[in-house]
Structure formats: structure tokens, C-alpha cells
Design a binder for this molecule. Structure first.
Ligand code: G4P
Ligand code: MG
Length: 177
């Protein structure tokens, strides 16, 4: 079994989101809406709704072209045009699974800020400790990463073709730690 990859099970993600929900509430942030960045943010956002019951808006942003190379800037694949005005004055909890280069996340925050929300807080399951390609706008005052990890490739359960083997990999990884 390779240890260069970092395996995460649905259960671990569920527990991480639950812990984050406590941090969000204890910080005094009471979001009006959740915005999920697809596709990686969808499942974490849905789990969060169990603990912080707010409507979820989905956005799709891609930083990769067909050849899997970074494009110059992230591109909107899907946006929340019909509800954009509903973001004005609102407190937004923006959720994604991973903060890697931060390019997609910071682009998304900037786009949301155009609609004059009261606040945008960012929440991720994993933050990779590495030099980032972009920084969050200074308007981001609250950032909730569940786990800070080194720059390894994270294997998420929704990508697993064999979920039992995937779960075993997380177990092996933890035992070898
Ligand atoms: P960031 O702002 O969140 O750091 O995103 P960045 O543009 O750097 O990430 C580009 C894509 O690479 C994102 O997917 C992100 O989820 C994915 N990614 C980065 N690191 C990892 C990793 O360690 N494991 C996995 N599985 N994915 C990673 P995307 O284009 O948004 O696609 P989707 O998978 O969310 O649909
Ligand atoms: Mg993603």
C-alpha cells in the first residue's frame, strides 16, 4: 500500500464537518446560506446542512481545461444567477473539500463579494500547507480548515471505485502513522 496518498473515508469527513460546525457556531458566525463549490464541495456542504441547517446554493468553477492543464484563470461552469441578488447583505458560508492552490477558492470569494454580502467565511476539509497561487481577499475574516496537511494527493471516498478497499487504505494509513 502506498503511503504517499492521503485516504479519507466518508466517516472521517462526516466527523470533520461536525467538528467544523461547532467551530463555526462558537466563532459567532451564523450563516444565512451555504455556497458549495462543485463538485468536491457538494458532499461536505450537504453534511454541514445536518448541523447548520441553511439553504445550499451550488456553483461550479473549473481551473482545468480539457487537457488537464491549468487555465489562466478559473472559469465559471455554473453560477447562481437567478439567486445572486439574494446574496446581498447575507452571511455566506463557502464550502469546498480542499484548499490546494487557493486559486479556485479565492476566485469564488471575489465573485461572491461582487454581490455585497455581509460576510463570506471559507470552510474546507483539508488545507494543504504549501505556497499558494492566490490569497483570500482581505474581506475574508473567518477561515475554517478541518485538517492542515502536507502537500500530498488526497483520495476522497466519492472517487473510490471500491469503497471497501478505500476505507481499508485509510485504516492502513492510520496504523502506519
Ligand atoms: P483551490 O482553490 O480549492 O485550492 O482549488 P485548485 O484550483 O487549486 O484545485 C483544482 C482542482 O484540484 C479542484 O478540483 C480540487 O478539488 C482538486 N484537488 C486539489 N488537490 C486535490 C487532492 O489532493 N485530491 C483530490 N482528489 N483533488 C484535489 P475541481 O476542478 O474543483 O474538481 P472537482 O473534483 O471538485 O469536481
Ligand atoms: Mg473542487
Amino acid at each position: 500500500m502506498s503511503t504517499d496518498k492521503y485516504y479519507v473515508t466518508y466517516n472521517s469527513i462526516h466527523k470533520a464537518v461536525k467538528d467544523l460546525s461547532v467551530q463555526v457556531i462558537e466563532s459567532g458566525f451564523d450563516p444565512d446560506v451555504i455556497v458549495a463549490i462543485g463538485s468536491g464541495g457538494f458532499i461536505p456542504a450537504r453534511i454541514m446542512k445536518t448541523f447548520i441547517n441553511r439553504p445550499i446554493f451550488a456553483v461550479g468553477i473549473s481551473y482545468y481545461g480539457v487537457d488537464n492543464q491549468h487555465m489562466e484563470v478559473p472559469q465559471k461552469i455554473q453560477w447562481i444567477d437567478e439567486v445572486e441578488q439574494k446574496l446581498t447583505g447575507k452571511k455566506i458560508l463557502l464550502i469546498d473539500e480542499v484548499d490546494d492552490t487557493r486559486a479556485t477558492l479565492s476566485y469564488c470569494v471575489k465573485e461572491l463579494l461582487r454581490h455585497n454580502p455581509e460576510e463570506v467565511a471559507v470552510l474546507v476539509i483539508h488545507n494543504k500547507l504549501k505556497a499558494k497561487d492566490a490569497e483570500f481577499p482581505e474581506e475574508v475574516k473567518r477561515y475554517f480548515p478541518a485538517r492542515e496537511i502536507d502537500d500530498r494527493w488526497i483520495k476522497y471516498p466519492w472517487d473510490a471505485e471500491d469503497i471497501e478497499a478505500h476505507d481499508q487504505c485509510e485504516k492502513d494509513m492510520k496504523e502506519n502513522d
